[in-house]
Design a protein around this ligand. Structure first.
Ligand code: ZN
Length: 366
């Protein structure tokens, strides 16, 4: 073949097992918080919960398009997204699906139902958006799950309803669990041993569920998640950046994958951070376990669609891929997107980012 490099190899596509497409505009000059956040929940309040409330359809679409584009160009073929946009709930999952579909990536989406802005009614709208999307089933490479934001922002009633809905639809749950110690303390205050045990007690962790973080789960809880058939997803850069701690007990599960949690889309950077953080925190997992964790995303993706195993990336190791093929279709050719122009996508994203930052300023620290 003309122009191919003898150093090139073909490998399976990378799988980002937990991320937030809605944060795709954040690297484009998102304003710093008005004061230094005191703790993890303060980071959420001052940064991410302000960003998600400011999102509308146009800014969400631009964020998703940029994030998916950069993921594909870095060799990621499946993205597992956890979404929230309280001012634009109904139809939001279609926007994410349309953008992934246009560029040719596989996507697992969910709306993370929460009560933190509008109580039980808000949570029900989030769950209804998941149900609407799953029942619609109009995207071949996009699958919908039922989602909760996190144990500490929902009532027992919402957790129960999410569990019933997931069983009804025959899909698992995607939820943040024990990202910070405060989530564990909250579950204990509500009378449970912890947030994972709360989900299990309320019938809300069907097999195949995706549990992001688990930083504050002990080995017994991690084993419980594994026995329930759930995946745990480690997010090394996010955990280090938010100073929430290191998930030391994940070695107790055979089902662990890696995600970027909204950090820039190159999974290679995340896996590099995994090695660094594992060494820095003396992760008790042995090398084989850490290797399985690096490859966990692909096993997770195949559980939803066997076709994910046939998605391939070709290029020189350590360089940007030359070709990315998803579901038999070329999504990246000659290092460029087939379904869009990166320059145009970036220019549009910058325009939308400017609008989004002014909406965030209007919202204030709320
Ligand atoms: Zn997350």
């Amino acid at each position: 073949m003309v122009g191919t490099d003898a150093r090139e190899v073909t490998r399976p596509g990378a799988v980002n097992a937990h991320t937030h497409l809605y944060s795709g505009l954040a690297p484009l000059g998102m304003p710093a918080p008005s004061r230094t956040p005191a703790d993890f929940v303060d980071i959420l309040r001052l940064v991410w919960w302000r960003l998600d409330r400011a999102l509308d359809e146009a800014s969400l679409r631009a964020a998703a398009r940029l994030y998916v584009a950069e993921a594909l160009l870095a060799g990621t073929t499946t993205l597992v997204d956890h979404h929230e946009s309280p001012a634009f709930i109904e139809g939001s999952l279609d926007v994410l699906a349309e953008e992934a579909d246009r560029l040719g990536a596989r996507l697992l989406v969910t709306y993370g139902a929460t009560e933190r802005n509008g109580g039980l009614a808000e949570a029900r709208r989030g769950l209804a958006e998941c149900a609407r999307f799953v029942r619609g089933g109009r995207f071949a490479r996009v699958k919908g799950l039922v989602g909760l934001h996190a144990s500490f922002t929902v009532s027992d009633e919402t957790i129960r309803e999410a569990g019933v809905l997931a069983r009804e639809l025959g899909v698992p749950i995607h939820v943040h669990v024990a990202e910070a110690e405060s989530d564990v303390e909250d579950a204990k205050r509500r009378g449970y041993d912890g947030p994972l045990e709360r989900l299990l007690a309320l019938g809300c962790l069907p097999p195949g569920s995706i549990v992001a973080h688990g930083v504050w789960l002990d080995a017994d809880s991690v084993r419980r998640a594994d026995l329930a058939g759930a995946w745990l997803v480690q997010n090394p850069r996010s955990n280090a950046n938010n100073r929430v701690g290191y998930p030391r007990a994940l070695h107790a599960s055979a089902h662990v994958a890696v995600g970027t949690d909204g950090f820039p889309a190159d999974l290679g950077d995340e896996l590099h951070a995994l090695d660094e953080e594992a060494a820095r925190h003396h992760d008790p997992a042995d090398l084989a376990t850490l290797e399985a964790r690096r490859a966990g995303g692909l096993r997770l993706a195949v559980g939803f669609d066997e076709g994910a195993a046939r998605d391939v990336v070709t290029g020189v190791p350590g360089e940007r891929p030359r070709e990315v093929v998803v579901d038999g279709r070329v999504a990246v050719r000659g290092g460029a997107l087939v379904g869009g122009d990166l320059g145009e996508i970036r220019a549009h994203a910058k325009e939308q980012a400017t609008r989004l930052w002014s909406r965030m300023a209007e919202i204030g620290d709320g």
